[in-house]
Design a protein around this ligand. Structure first.
Ligand code: GLC
Length: 618
């Protein structure tokens, strides 16, 4: 079918409609709907569709709403462009792959029943696997992957994450986080790969390449979202005005040169690797919210870096710009935000932006630019051809191969920081093992935040293998393993043929709720350590934490120390290394401070406890 005349017609209609001001009634649908033709060039499909859209339909596309905040009928009525599951946003019916697919498909059917049938893009945070979904494999959080520092492995993790998300129709992943944390007191440190931009860039590109691979669920491709642009990892302690946060969502310190040197490189790299969406940061710079910065969002990101995808706001981040919501919307959209993660009140946003266009405060050209970007991404993802969950992939969710990959990642993430008298690796036929600490036997703790719930949760919240179970499976049948979470044992841990392992850690947290002034272990875990330090002849400490903790005073009491970060569902990977089936591979992706006065990075006197890149091999 010769499309040339129709492309000309579409272009002509575009020009006419641009001259005609904000259209409120739809144009007659031309006989050939180029936008529905998968053989047509994406640019032609976009222009053809754009010129058919009313202003209301365009603004609907710029609206991203949390799934509990609207019904499928409202998605249709408002021509909503995106729906998301926030942290913990699993289906209200049940948290299963099939229920996820049904939930997403319900919204999608509503979107397809609109006048133009534009599919929604459904998003969620798959920051360490499809982590809101019960049954998905849960990978180590990024800081552990940063310690593993294996791009091939991380690309594979991206692929598996994409597959498990595509199976449920969630084709949009709010990952990878490409933050470059400069102060490990930050509750989001564990979402980052490393403290150095080149390290972050290499691993983020690997993840994105895997996640966005075209062969995982054709014709669909899952897309990622490098976040949070720009400077989220360099906020000053005490500068946040959100809840009781200290660092998260605060004011970025440093000049433009620092921002460009430390925080921009991962965006350059991921844009070059095909990033189609970028999420703006809650943080501010020079007193201006990043969501309000036309310089950084438009001049630098879209102009200088040539980013031609779309910018999505963070969760209700636009609201933080101005107490007057309409002014906030005008500022953010004019600055370069293309889609607003509202996330609750669609009408409030739609009305505010409609009013802004009517008053001329936001031009229709800006609206068209935002919608053009959004539609281009949707066509690129194959959503028009295959809008529904790829349910033929459901059976692969959490399968043994995916879990084996995660177990390998866990093993590669462990960093050996101390090993007196080469106590590690342990022999598998050791006579007595005494294991203490809540984190030894708690899948929720070993997975951390962003697991089933936004903040994560302790307990058996996911299927997987605890660190204790991994140890019990690794040792010989003759080995006597005694576990007590409080570190109180009936046997004799002081015996020469005994070794103690204390698996202690932080309780789960996410975002600013994890901002920590002390970087200390919870009191209960400290009591376990004191008990075991007093009772044990040899004590190996395995630290389950999203970041370095201040353990300088405790370290002399331990024979060995292993940083295991937040390993996720496959805790057996820890035993693989403790008992020598796999080598210690990990190296510190962040500097381990000796004291709090060495934070943020580069301040304070003296050497760190362990430098960036440190890690022993027994
Ligand atoms: C959160 C986070 C962001 C996440 C979004 C959706 O507040 O800042 O990283 O992608 O909301 O859950």
């Amino acid at each position: 079918m010769r499309l040339r005349p129709f492309i000309f017609l579409a272009a002509l209609l575009t020009v006419l409609s641009a001259c005609g001001g904000a259209r409120t009634t739809p144009l007659p649908t031309a006989t050939v709907e180029i936008y529905r033709d998968p053989a047509a060039a994406i640019a032609a499909r976009v222009e053809d569709l754009l010129q058919r859209m009313t202003l209301a339909e365009k603004i609907g596309q710029m609206t991203l709403i949390e799934k509990n905040s609207l019904t499928p009928d409202q998605v249709r009525e408002l021509a909503i462009g995106g729906v998301l599951s926030g942290g913990g946003g699993y289906p209200s019916t049940e948290n299963s792959p099939a229920a996820w697919a049904d939930m997403v498909n319900q919204f999608q059917r509503a979107a397809l029943s609109t006048r133009l049938g534009i599919p929604i893009i459904y998003g969620a945070d798959g920051v360490h696997g499809h982590n809101n979904l019960y049954g998905a494999v849960i990978f180590p959080h990024n800081i552990g992957l940063g310690a593993a520092n294996d791009p091939v492995l991380i690309e594979q993790i991206g692929r598996v994450t994409a597959l498990e998300m595509a199976a449920t129709g969630v084709f949009w992943n709010y990952a990878p986080a490409v933050m470059v944390p400069q102060d490990v007191r930050w509750g989001r440190t564990y979402e980052a790969y490393a403290e150095r931009p080149d390290h972050v860039a290499t691993l983020a590109v690997a993840f994105l390449r895997g996640l966005q691979a075209p062969d995982i669920a054709p014709p669909n491709r899952v897309i990622g979202t490098p976040k949070h642009y720009l400077g989220d990892g360099s906020t000053a302690w005490g500068s946040s005005t959100t809840d009781n946060y200290q660092l998260d969502q605060g004011e970025t310190f440093g000049d433009e040169a620092m921002l460009r040197a430390v925080h921009l490189p991962p965006y350059r790299a991921t844009i070059a690797a095909g990033a189609r969406v970028i999420m703006a940061s809650y943080s501010s710079w020079n007193g201006q919210k990043m969501h309000a910065s036309a310089y950084w969002l438009t001049d630098v990101l879209k102009g200088e870096l040539g980013f031609n995808g779309f910018v999505v706001s963070d969760w209700a981040a636009i609201d933080q710009i101005d107490s007057d919501y309409t002014r906030a919307v005008i500022t953010a959209i004019n600055a370069g935000v293309d889609m607003n993660m509202a996330p609750y009140d669609a009408r409030r946003f739609i009305d505010a932006l409609t009013q802004a266009v009517a008053s001329g405060a936001v031009s229709e050209a800006r609206i068209d630019d935002a919608v053009r970007r959004i539609l281009t991404v949707k066509f690129t993802m194959g959503l028009f051809e295959q809008p529904f969950a790829q349910t033929d992939l459901l059976a692969q969710i959490g399968n043994p191969a995916h879990r084996e990959l995660a177990r390998t990642a866990v093993a590669k993430s462990l960093v050996l920081l101390k090993n007196e008298d080469h106590v590690l690796p342990l022999p598998k036929d050791i006579a007595h093992l005494y294991i203490g600490g809540q984190a030894a036997n708690d899948l929720g703790i070993q997975s951390g935040g962003w697991t089933i719930e936004w903040q994560g949760r302790t307990g058996s919240i996911i299927p997987g293998t605890t660190i204790l179970a991994g140890i019990q499976a690794a040792v010989s049948p003759q080995t006597i393993v005694e576990y007590n979470q409080h570190g109180r044992f009936s046997g004799d841990p002081s015996a020469p043929d005994a070794v103690c392992i204390a698996v202690v850690g932080e309780l789960p947290y996410a975002e600013g709720r994890g901002d920590s002034a002390s970087l200390s272990l919870p009191p209960g875990e400290q009591r376990v350590l004191r008990r075991m330090e007093a009772a044990c002849a040899r004590l190996v400490v395995v630290l389950i934490a999203g970041r370095p903790l201040i353990i300088t005073g405790d370290l002399p009491n331990w024979d060995a120390l292993v940083a295991a970060w937040l390993p996720g569902s496959e805790g057996a990977g820890v035993a693989d290394v403790l008992f020598g089936d796999r080598p210690f591979h990990g190296r510190l992706p962040v500097t381990w401070p000796r004291s709090l006065d060495q934070l943020p990075l580069g301040t304070g006197a003296g050497e760190p406890l362990f430098p960036y890149g440190f890690g022993l091999t027994p």
